[in-house]
Design a protein around this ligand. Sequence first.
Ligand code: PEP
Ligand code: MN
Length: 347
Amino acid sequence: MIVVMNPGASEEQLQHVVKMVEEMGLTSHIIRGTNRTVVAAVGDKRMVDKGAIENAPGVEKIVPILAPFKVASREVKPEPTIVEIGPAKTPIGGTSPIGVIAGPCSIEDRSQLLDLAEQIKASGAIALRGGAFKPRTSPYSFQGLAEEGLEYLAEARERTGLAVVTEVLTVTHVEMVAQYADVLQIGARNMQNFFLLRAVGEQPKPVLLKRGMSAGMDEFLLAAEYIISAGNKNVILCERGIRTFEEYVRNTLALTIIPAIKRVSHLPIIADPTHGTGHQWLVEPMSMAAVAAGADGLIIEVHPDPEHAMTDAAQQINPQAFTQLMQRTTRIAQAVDRSMAFLKTIS
Ligand code: PEP
Ligand code: MN
């Protein structure tokens, strides 16, 4: 339920409500909006004495939260969440400019990553992606450079000022990956790894949560709910395609979820047209479509020599194709009254 405070309620009255809610065995989340503050009280509602809370000083009313997800819902927080990433604190979400994250599927070697970082930055990306720990279908496929890859990412950030985004596969790696990365990616295969969701929720770096390949919207938002309710409000959702009967694509990029999520949740959502299609020739048109549909950003796999990439060779685009994609997507952004983000230089 949502406890709506009077516009003039004092901090003391707010803290009193929080205490009451917690004494009833619920978890409280204070959400300070532009007009008023609310307390989202989440937990077993059988424990609640609603009358007592309603009569507490400073309380205007109590409203039930109808959605299955609570702290991820717009009912609890009508204003969009804006997540700031990397050394430049580039904002993602709300009416912020559209931020593009680009880089190789896997980090393969130091010079590959450092050169590519310069190139994608010159084309307008605000963050560098690169897998150091790879979730591979076969145990015999390249598994990533592990911590060595994370070191290259940190070096690329040092040189370019780009934020760095990388996947964390397991709870035992969360602390290590968070030491290097600006954004921790939870991959599609781990969207319902609840222990991992809690673990990234208990650390402060923003989280990029990919939609599971067979997850519905409520399941996707409930996964985000795990992270937020564990203490981390900085969640960026990512549509990366779902499994359907269609065979000419690797996955079906389900762009309808972008406006649908915006209706029910305050969280930013970006699109991954690379994994969402599986073919390099589909990446540019689907990037444009995602921006037209209201995506707050894009994550794109870019490789200096896609044909010889160690992972996901069919879907990565080269730096030239990425430059063209950025130019065309910028025009679509303008058509839907958005702009593309640029990287602020830090002195
Ligand atoms: C990736 O981003 O390289 C990746 C493995 O993505 P997903 O989890 O969406 O398959
Ligand atoms: Mn990939």
